[in-house]
Design a protein around this ligand. Sequence first.
Ligand code: MF3
Ligand code: CO
Ligand code: CO
Length: 275
Amino acid sequence: MVTYVDAATAPLKNTGVIRLYGAEAFEGLRKAGRFAAECLDAVVPLARPGVTTQEIDDFVHDFALKGGALPATLNYRGYNKSVCTSINHVVCHGIPDDRPLKDGDIVNIDVTFVVDGWHGDSSRMYLVGDVKRAAARLVDVTYESLLRGIAEVRPGNTTGDIGHAIQTYVESERCSVVRDFCGHGIGLLFHDTPNILHYGEPGTGVELRPGMVFTIEPMVNLGRPAVKVLSDGWTAVTRDRSLSAQFEHMVGVTETGCEVFTLSPKGLHKPPYAI
Ligand code: MF3
Ligand code: CO
Ligand code: CO
């Protein structure tokens, strides 16, 4: 049984009820989402050979503090960076370090900020130098799968409709959907109910209602879907070491469909980001 509650009155922890946010909350989420999108725009020039992921972390940290925001990942469940940087066969939660990006890498940069108490969570892929055709195709398939998931977001549809649209498209392109990580409710909390699976059957899961806010963030592999988490406790990699890609948007359900809070103000939706 799922229950829906007015987000303004519910206790500030994940108790399994689905928060429904009102117009004022949407205003806050719009700002937080836009802030994340602006950061992902600003980071484009750093996605080049020789730049270390720690330099990207420093940039994102600085971007947050200069903008009056906080990086939500900093000290989140023991994570101690301001961004996740997931390169090539890293599926998600790659930890920035002093290794430089190399020509041909594909990297996901995932930022989450808290702006006036509201979370803004988004990620994009970046192509480093000259990228092989198969890798660029994976990135395109992953982006298109996110759009197909978003197209299912409207009142009366279910979370399963989102997952089904993503999975059927990804598999029709001979790629696979990661099962071990999912999208999530978001707003006053970073990770809230419900889970948004990127696979599944139409009509299953939770019914979408106006005021629901969540992320859709498909992770798509060129090879098998299986992942493992490295001994650092965070870095998730494909078991077969095949390439993995991810894009993430944060959406709010409206009366007629949805609003995407994390659209790029500069139109840098997917690579190549010719700037
Ligand atoms: N931003 C990630 C997400 O999309 C979560 C990162 S949590 C961290 O949900 F601790 F790994 F940073
Ligand atoms: Co997320
Ligand atoms: Co994220």
